[in-house]
Write a protein that binds this ligand. Structure first.
Ligand code: ADP
Length: 887
């Protein structure tokens, strides 16, 4: 270990050459000597000496290194042969060049070296050759400069002079403020290096001690000696005899080392971070796989794709589509499950695999008689409709691929359109699928979204086929009249393609992007009204109208079809619940006023639910009874509550009480129960009378998508400037009718005795307001013309309109009454409302043939040609027309 006291340097030193290496003072090296000249040197100068001697270590440069070395100065200290050469001492940085004995390669000696002492020696003899080698641990002590180099036997000896300062010189130099600053800076840098090293390996405690005890000029050497720096830098450190130069050089080197450590550390951290992330993922995946294997749950992504491929192979795709699918599958294989496109690509392939490319339901030999029976069994009445369906089926039987027209059932809700379509499917032994088109405004709903959109999906048809999983179902296009077109395209034109037998063989869904054959599908459509269906679409369809049922028909449907079905759906039978015909009639009259039977069915279901609760209660009471044998049961209680007579039964001792109640008497629906379950009646016959109780109100008949309806028209007058106000969500046609009606009434005011003379303005300082309740339902059409006139005449004449009379008809400016549509529905609606007289345009007479005879017989039908006749019928005591009127 280097100590603070400078060593005694002898005048001559045996020289050990260090090839391309420098021993700095304070440094300790372990060298192995095998070269005969160095072995000789070690043997003579160190091994054989009693007290440990010193040797000089002098750097030697290779010839090639010398060729580029900055310190080379050829010519200086030229050849000296055996006799040795005299090198100019003290001129730092010069080197002594000396040829080897045999004049081969010249040796480039550095002119400065370091005196060293051996800390440890060990001698070895190589076995067969007997060659001696030494391992020497050397410690550098102090710098010297070579005055003269000469050979002693096989090694060199040099006359040297000391370069380091003496103790007093040192003490003086230490006072130099520059040196103080430099040494402080060095120490700070060194300290920083130590603390960085400390974090890495906790074994630098000793170095820290060094920092406190060893003089700074020696520390500089020790620190630099411990780094791996280039030979040139080592040499220049060796040459830095001046303390200030040495310190600043050392500070620079220490700092550089420190920075390189920091940079290296940063890089390692980064690399480690990345490594550990992927390693972690790998490890987790391994674990997951192990867990799945353990659970026998082997459906990881890879297997999934294999399963998908198998499914695709079995899907029976046409060859070109199979090719397309394989291409997509290859893409999927290249993707990671976390990748954005993966799931959409997968969903697409799943769809391709699920679609029924080949799968069909086997069509049996069609038995027309059985089909008719089945239709009769499921549906009451509808004779014409059923006949048309049988014809349709017969054509299919004779020519299975006949491109017959598409059947379209048109009628109000609940008249059996859907159930007829499903009966067709049953008769043909095909699967049935209903596709709702109500509210479809976007063409993409039919044709799908292109896959470039996020969240894109196939259209409803392809989706429906996937769900039904056969390519030849009966597909019901429900509410085809409710599609509309807007900026997002025209769904009707897409439907046109679907229904066209020429085009639907290669139906192109945007999402699917490959053609799909729809030609095996049997399409049936439904609509509430014919009017909104675009004509080209209507052209492809054969319309079958279902106008709605009479109360008698409804009663039959309820008794034969609805009640048994509702009971079954609620787990009941007639042993538990009976709904007498009279009660069903009441439900039809008081709780439903509809063309179809949907609400009727709903009300029956409500009764069945109420009954089911009671039956369930009884059940549990009886089960309880078996154990504790109660004398009174809930059944008795409930009878009490219902106001039934209670009979006390005497139960003989020993008889099992539960047997008594095995067959409980059925619950029979009566009027109080109706009110209890369904609430107070919603409609009654007095409604019309109440509403026309004041002048200005008349009763019209209109036609809506729910069938025929009674439409009241209310008119009132108030102070104003002769304006006409109209409310109730009216369309243009109905607004014009109102205008027309007002004009006609004003023109005939005198004739109608509404004003004394014809020159008096009816609207003089008053406004008229006409309203059509219900205000939220949009209304349009010309058929309210006669009703409007009646209402205005009633208003101006202060006479009430007859409550038992309803009317419909378009009128002209001249007062003619023109025929209108939907007569059957309108007459049925009037009948439902309990109206007794109906005023109709004469030219609608032919339409009355459609109205069931029982309804007609209960109504007085008044056919009219002119509006005056309407007024005559509408008012009690006829119309007050003047005899001189110009009719
Ligand atoms: P829509 O499709 O016309 O709105 P649905 O076909 O859904 O009506 O019919 C509603 C309910 O009424 C169904 O339960 C149906 O079976 C029943 N229904 C309608 N008409 C008849 C009928 N003529 N005979 C038997 N049940 C009928």
């Amino acid at each position: 270990m280097a100590d603070a006291v400078p060593v005694e340097l002898p005048g001559r030193l045996a020289i050990l050459p260090f090839r391309n290496k420098v021993l700095l003072p304070g440094a300790i090296v372990r060298i192995r000597c095998t070269n005969p000249s160095s072995v000789k040197l070690v043997e003579q100068e160190l091994w054989q000496r009693e007290e440990k001697g010193l040797i000089g270590v002098l750097p030697v440069r290779d010839s090639e290194a010398a060729a580029v070395g900055s310190l080379l100065s050829p010519g200086v200290g030229s050849d000296s042969g055996e006799g040795g050469s005299k090198a100019p001492g003290g001129s730092g940085g010069e080197s002594t060049k000396q040829d080897t004995k045999n004049g081969k390669e010249p040796i480039h000696w550095h002119s400065r070296g370091v005196a060293a002492r051996a800390l440890h020696l060990s001698r070895g003899v190589e076995k067969p050759s007997g060659r001696v080698t030494y391992i020497v641990v050397l410690e550098g002590l102090c710098r010297f400069s070579v005055q003269e180099l000469s050979a002693r036997g096989s090694y060199h000896v040099a006359r040297v002079s000391r370069l380091d300062m003496t103790k007093t010189e040192l003490e003086q130099a230490e006072q130099d403020p520059d040196l103080i600053a430099l040494s402080r800076q060095f120490k700070a840098t060194a300290m920083e290096l130590i603390s960085v090293l400390e974090q890495k390996q906790k074994t630098v405690g000793r170095t820290k001690v060094l920092l406190e005890t060893v003089p700074v000029y020696r520390l500089a050497d020790i620190f630099v000696a411990s780094f791996e720096i280039s030979f040139e830098e080592q040499l220049s450190m060796l040459d830095s005899v001046d303390l200030k130069v040495r310190l600043s050089k050392a500070t620079e080197l220490v700092d550089r080392h420190l920075q390189s450590i920091l940079v290296a550390e940063k890089i390692t951290q980064k690399v480690e971070g990345q490594l550990s992330k992927s390693q972690k993922e790998f490890l987790l995946r391994q674990q997951m796989r192990a867990i799945k294997e353990e659970l026998g749950d082997n459906d990881d992504d890879e297997d999934d794709v294999v399963a998908l491929e198998r499914k695709m192979q079995n899907a029976g795709m046409p060859a070109n589509i199979w090719k397309h699918a394989q291409r997509e599958l290859r893409r999927l294989r290249k993707m990671q499950p976390q990748q954005p496109g993966y799931s959409s690509s997968r969903a697409y392939l799943e769809l391709l695999a699920d679609l029924p490319w080949q799968k069909v339901s086997e069509e049996m030999e069609l038995d027309l008689r059985a089909a008719k029976e089945s239709l009769d069994h499921d549906h009451y009445g509808l004779t014409k409709v059923k006949q048309r369906i049988i014809e349709y089926l017969a054509v299919r039987k004779l020519k299975p691929d006949a491109r017959g027209p598409v059947l379209c059932f048109v009628g109000p809700p609940g008249v059996g359109k859907t159930s007829l379509a499903s009966s067709i499917a049953k008769a043909l032994n095909r699967k049935f699928i209903r596709i709702s088109l109500g509210g479809v405004k976007d063409e993409a709903d039919i044709r799908g979204h292109r896959r470039t959109y996020i969240g894109s999906m196939p259209g409803r048809l392809i989706d429906g086929l996937k769900r039904v999983s056969v390519s030849n179902p009966v597909m019901l296009l429900d509410e085809i009249d409710k599609t509309g077109s807007d900026v997002r395209g025209d769904p009707a034109s897409a439907l046109l393609e679907v229904l066209d037998p020429e085009q639907n063989k290669t139906f192109n869904d945007h999402y699917l992007n490959v053609p799909f054959d729809l030609s095996k599908v049997i399409f049936v459509a439904t609509a509430n009204r014919m009017l909104p269906i675009p004509p080209p679409l209507l052209d492809r369809m054969e319309v079958i109208e279902l106008p709605g049922y009479t109360p008698e028909e409804k009663l039959k449907i309820a008794m034969r079809h609805l009640i048994p079905r509702v009971l079954e759906q609620h787990g009941l039978s007639s042993t538990y619940l009976q709904i007498p015909e009279a009660m069903v009639k009441l439900i039809i009259e008081r709780y439903t006023r509809e063309a179809g039977v949907r609400n009727l069915e709903r009300n029956l279901a409500a009764l069945a639910r109420a009954a089911a609760v009671k039956v369930a209660e009884q059940d549990s009471a009886l089960r309880l009874g078996k154990e504790i044998q109660p004398i009174t049961t809930t059944l008795l209680d409930s009878r009490l509550a219902d106001g039934g007579e209670v009979e006390m039964e005497v139960i003989p001792m020993g008889q099992d009480i539960s047997n008594t109640y095995e067959n409980p008497s059925p619950l029979i629906v009566d009027e109080p129960m109706l009110e209890k379950v369904l609430g107070p009646p919603r409609f009654d016959d007095t409604e019309t009378a109440d509403r026309v109780a004041s002048p200005g109100v008349s009763v019209g008949l209109v036609w809506t998508s729910f069938g025929g309806e009674v439409q009241f028209v209310e008119a009132t007058a108030m102070v104003g400037k002769g304006d006409l106000h109209l409310t109730g969500q009216l369309g243009d046609v109905i607004k014009e009718s109102a205008q027309l009606a007002l004009t006609w009434v004003r023109a005939r005011a005198a004739d109608l005795k509404l004003s004394p003379t014809s020159d008096i303005n009816l609207l003089e300082s008053r406004d008229i307001h006409i309203h059509f309740p219900a205000g939220a339902v949009p209304k349009d059409g010309p058929s309210a013309g006669v009703t409007l006139v009646t209402s205005l005449v009633s208003l101006f004449s202060h006479r009430k309109v007859r409550a038992d009379t309803a009317m419909t008809g378009e009128m002209t400016l001249r007062g003619l009454v023109l025929p209108v549509g939907g007569i059957k529905d309108k007459v049925l609606a009037a009948h439902r409302y309990g109206i007794k007289r109906v005023i109709l345009p004469e030219r609608n007479l032919k339409d009355l043939a459609e109205v069931p005879a029982p309804i007609l017989s209960g109504l007085e039908i008044l056919l009219v040609k002119r509006i005056e006749e309407v007024l005559d019928h509408a008012f009690e005591g006829g119309c007050p027309l003047r005899p001189q009127s110009k009719l």
